[in-house]
Design a protein around this ligand. Sequence first.
Ligand SMILES: Cc1cc2nc3c(=O)[nH]c(=O)nc-3n(C[C@H](O)[C@H](O)[C@H](O)COP(=O)(O)O)c2cc1C
Length: 395
Amino acid sequence: MFEGKKILIGVSASVAIYKACELIRSLRKENFEVKVAMTKEAQGFISSILFESLSSNKVYTDVMQENSFLGISHIELANWADAIAIVPATANIIAKIAYGIADCPVSLATLASDKPKIIAPAMNTKMYENTATQENIALLKKRGFIFVEPTVGELACNSVGRGHIASVEEIKDCIESVFFEKSLKGKTIITTASATREEIDPVRFISNYSSGKMGFALAQMAFNMGAESILISGPSNLETPFGVNRINVKTALEMLNALDTQIQKSKQDTYVIMAAAVSDFKPKQTSNYKIKRQNKDTFILELVQNPDISKTLKEKYPHIKLIGFAAETNDLIENAKAKIDKKGLEFIVLNDVSRKDIGFGSLNNEVTIIFKDGKIEHLPFMTKKEIAYNILKLL
Ligand SMILES: Cc1cc2nc3c(=O)[nH]c(=O)nc-3n(C[C@H](O)[C@H](O)[C@H](O)COP(=O)(O)O)c2cc1C
């Protein structure tokens, strides 16, 4: 997806510098071309040789370098990059960039660039919350710099507070997002993901194998493509993708209520993508106490049907556009077609969950899309992110 896209990573002198190494590795796995610029102080933490080796490119370490025979100029470097990401960003480098001080390779290349710029701050809480830093950040945000906000976490100075650098995954998501055309601007896309859980008692529940990866990929791509992206997720350990507003729910009923609230709030063209694997049934009664082992061979658990979320929503809000997912093991096409009519869907994305190489838990997928007019389109084996992109292009 990112073959040939060029990214310059500006590295400054924070303990979180090791995250830049991980980030470069994962960007290269996505086929980005990466170059690195380092501040002088950052070179006191890690040698440029490591970044040279991780990026397979010469590292820009000295503003006077361009006068040597190395052939790196800050202007060439800034023009070369499709985007610049400063990871980690110290309070010092943020201040320098805010005021146009171009005395180090990172601030100099940033000043010389008119491409998208991303900053991932990392610092002690007091430094981060200091009015000077906050005003510098506000100034840069006003100028269009994108910040990957630090989290509350354990800091190198043995304290806990805001200033802990965002995860590599989130920073990578943010970098990727600048490479998409914002073709879904003006749309609200609400995606459901993961499995719902229906409690039997305080320690047991009915659920299924859905990992949530497809729904999370859709929510991420919806943001990348310019939509307001809302993700309503059943229990999942997956990280919230950059730019996505996540709402956590547990049961099918909670999912329906969360969808109802979000649809009512939406003032734009609204799409609901039902990628969650919602429990069709729930126990008729949930015990408040753990059900004890019993002195008989069989234990009967009475189940009742959960509401059909898509059908309920379409009846209440005929203006919304619904996209369904069907995880089937047999009679794939017939079952999917029946669902389109019953639930009022625009199209349905059909997964064959009997295959081990795709579907539940996998990073890849291969799907068939069936439209309400009967047209059928096949998306061959690719990553769930690529599948998500291709599905969203249909909206
Ligand atoms: C061990 C150590 C860790 C540091 N960690 C941070 C940090 O996480 N964030 C920060 O803003 N400054 C941190 N500093 C201070 C910066 O390194 C210092 O302000 C330096 O001048 C920044 O230079 P640069 O922005 O040009 O890379 C740290 C300093 C040391 C010695």
